[in-house]
Design a protein around this ligand. Sequence first.
Ligand SMILES: [Zn+2]
Ligand SMILES: [Zn+2]
Length: 680
Amino acid sequence: MKKSIFKKKELRRDLTKRELKKQGYKKKDFRKKAAAKIAVSAKKEASRKNESDKYTPEKSKAQKSVEKKVGSNRTHDIAAQRIGSGAAGRTAERGYRKAGQKKAAGRYPGEKGLGSGDRLKKNNENMKREPAPSLRIIPLGGLEQIGMNITAFEYGDSIVVVDCGLAFPEDDMFGIDLVIPDTTYLEENLDKVKAFVITHGHEDHIGALPYVLKKINVPVYGTRLTMGIIENKLREHNLLEITELHVVSFGDIVELGEFDVEFIKTNHSIVDAAALAIKSPAGTIVHTGDFKVDYTPVYGDAIDLQRFAELGNEGVLALMCDSTNSERPGHTPSEKAVGRNIDQIFRDHADTRIIVATFASNVDRVQQIINHAYKYGRKVVVEGRSMVNIIETATKLDVLNVPENTLIDIDQLKNYPGEKTVIITTGSQGESMAALSRMADGMHRKVTIGPGDTVVFSSSPIPGNEKAVTSVVNKLLLKGADVITQDVHTSGHPCQEDVKLIYHLVQPRYAIPVHGEFRHLKAQAKIARQMGYSKEDIFILHSGDVLELSEDGAFVREKVQVGNILVDGLGVGDVGNVVLRDRQHLAEDGIVIVAFALDSQTCELLSGPEITSRGFVYIKEADDLMTGAAAVAEEAIYHCIENGVTDWNRYKNVVKDGLNDFFWKKTQRRPVILPMILEV
Ligand SMILES: [Zn+2]
Ligand SMILES: [Zn+2]
């Protein structure tokens, strides 16, 4: 994996890139590739400067000096002025304008006599020019369904794509393995697409990458564990060699065309989750990704609230905030709170084997279970392919610490008494093929569930999985196991007070609720209203909407192509609506096949009709029905022959219609009827 180097936040905040270069930071702190990047960026900076010189041929001394002092924040300032000057009337009170004022008056104490009001006036006088391009935010999925998160940010000739997730098939998508987004818009603008930047390693944010990268092969940026998981995925798809991957650290700023993207530390139900500050000449967008506010996380630091506040101070054009828990009041409890409950379970069940089912990707949870197993002298077995994979990756990357001699192989289970072991397994969502379901069905080769077992569901069912989970719980109880489903989980998403905190810190000009079902987006809009945002400043987008943000305000005027692409085995997109409808029909009513042979010259019936069926009735017990059906088909064929029909399709239709009527009358069912003519 290539590791790229980025400008460090601390340096950038106070110095311009050119000043950096002058001072020799380049050599000390950046490797070759980064140097090239900076050279390019300096060029761009220069051209941007030229541009702005055009607009303001006679800059006052004071203004020049502001620019110099503000350094790398220049772009911001221009943006703040542009937006501010356009939307001035409506938002006099809102943070975005306030931010500009703060910067000019308070943040740089040396400056006198140039409040933002003055600067705005000056700019208005001098900006006799074409309107600057607007920033376009285009969600290509993720807003009508759970999962499939992917959003394009476009400015000028640059597109940066945040996340590239998959969705799991709905119940009526028979045989479909997964659903990925339609990326036609990106394919049509391929030369503009600079990169995928990934917030975290959950399937609904990375799962479509292996499919989409085949069409849009651009670099991928993400934090350590995120990239570790992506690497595994790409290896399975034989894409590792041809994909450019970059591991970033929190605080890094990646330069991608017109955009600078900064990665900000957050907490979530997976380690190394990041929020993004996406900076464009039109302003900064803060995208939270999935997050929670956890002051006592199990691994690493708490969310970098300071940085959110700093960004708020600098001025943020829009906030795209996780809505998943926006209906829930209060704060989301810390992951550590779950640890206390896990401890209680270990104490209460000292004399049974403990089996814990959780999400493979919830490394913190796995860590807590391992810690308690170690504390109570139990050996740990890890079961389920995805669980084994992720623990391997997490251990390699040092985000999971397993005490020595704690993990044992599943084959060694028999060497230890049950009360000295813990099994961590997949299947917490009732997935039929997962290890826990196989244990519940008595189909697992190594683990037999009985009265000596305590099974803990350390997760809550994702909407839609409740039935499957209940079914597994019932089966486990039937086998005599003790099952615990309460209080062994905490959400990875922010509740209402957490959402308010982020809004308060970031002070965005516009609110764009994301992540969650429509009702959740609405709930966050309500929170924003409570915090003083007017209706016009809150955007609940639909997939495909193009939200344009510019000095004229924010509008949705355009839509781009979006949709679901179904993946079935090796086929991507070859199963469409027609095939899906057939599958639904076949699944609900079964099929009846009518075969007969006709003489191609004389149209004489040479053999048949013979009738077989699948999924309709059990033929051996439906003799009468099948004999009757054969008679109806035969009559239909002779009807055609007598009327001199020579078109084989006509034969098929007449037979089909006859049988349709017959079966409906006899059974009130409508199986798929497939006539087959053998031409002799
Ligand atoms: Zn998510
Ligand atoms: Zn997530």
